[in-house]
Design a protein around this ligand. Structure first.
Ligand SMILES: NC(=O)c1ccc[n+]([C@@H]2O[C@H](COP(=O)([O-])OP(=O)(O)OC[C@H]3O[C@@H](n4cnc5c(N)ncnc54)[C@H](OP(=O)(O)O)[C@@H]3O)[C@@H](O)[C@H]2O)c1
Length: 253
């Protein structure tokens, strides 16, 4: 893990719940929180990625968020594991494939919405009482550059679910401010993870790289410090309802 220069105890005594922590961006974020002293309650998804979290997460719960009963079980697991949450990070998400708008099936649509959108709403709702027990809590939702741009062909519903979460995050910020719960979104550009191994060709990635002002794709370690920043009341206590873009200049608005 990169050395971010933060004090080792920035999150000492704080409980962080993070979904999609078994690989990619989520694994880097969970690692950074552990290194900063947090108690990490992690979620891993489909692929037995829980083993990646040995030595990083204090507890790991597996759940397939395309399944309603798994979302419910995850909520029960977390509420049994802790009575308060300081930082809630929704990071689990994927595209499942590229679905042209005229070929999208109801099953594809339902899976995308359930994972990227509905599970975020349901877990957030269940965690609000636990977040209220923190003196200064933070919700951070991983969205995507595609929430603004609409994404590339075949990603319309994925992109739309990320836009939903972007707007939901802004609404949460206003609604939960009286409880001193902040809510912000992190919007990665093109980050080199298994995500793109599955859904983007080498040629597409190289064309993207050349169009990025910093002339490289991002890495999970490029993203992790932003989560620490938005989670730490000492660093970002006056920031809520915002989206932090991490994209090497790929989108400048
Ligand atoms: N990479 C990028 O360029 C990029 C750009 C914009 C936004 N994002 C967003 O960043 C987040 C992390 O992506 P990543 O790049 O790190 O991709 P990744 O390596 O593919 O990780 C995706 C994460 O989502 C979890 N997940 C996938 N399907 C799931 C399911 N059915 N139920 C529960 N969890 C599931 C995975 O868990 P398991 O592997 O354990 O199943 C994994 O932890 C996602 O929300 C993604 O949409 C990524």
């Amino acid at each position: 893990m990169a050395d971010f220069g933060f004090s080792g105890d920035l999150f000492s005594g704080k409980t962080v719940v993070i979904t999609g922590a078994g690989r990619g961006i989520g694994l880097a974020v969970a690692t950074a929180f552990k290194a900063s002293g947090a108690t990490v309650i992690a979620h891993s998804g489909r692929a037995g990625t829980a083993r990646q979290l040995a030595g990083i997460a204090d507890q790991t719960f597996e759940a397939d968020f395309t399944k309603s009963e798994d979302v419910n079980r995850f909520i029960v697991n977390v509420t049994e594991a802790t009575s308060s949450v300081d930082v809630l990070i929704h990071n689990a998400g994927t595209m499942f494939g590229r679905f042209p708008a005229d070929k999208l099936t109801s099953t594809d649509y339902e899976k995308l919405v359930m994972l990227n959108q509905t599970s975020v709403v349901r877990v957030t709702k269940a965690m609000i009482p636990l977040l209220r027990k923190s003196k200064a809590a933070s919700i951070i939702n991983t969205i995507s550059i595609s929430a603004t741009t609409g994404g590339s062909p075949g990603s319309s519903i994925y992109s739309a679910t990320k836009a939903f979460v972007a707007t939901y995050t802004k609404a949460l910020a206003r609604e939960l401010a009286p409880d001193n719960i902040r809510a912000n979104a992190i919007s990665p550009g093109t980050i080199a993870t298994d995500f793109h191994k599955r859904y983007s060709s080498e040629e597409k990635l190289e064309a993207t790289r050349l169009a990025i002002p910093l002339k490289r794709l991002g890495t999970p370690d490029d993203c992790a410090p932003a989560y620490l920043f938005l989670a730490a009341n000492q660093l970002s206590g006056y920031i809520t309802g915002q989206t932090l873009e991490i994209n090497g200049g790929q989108l400048i608005i």
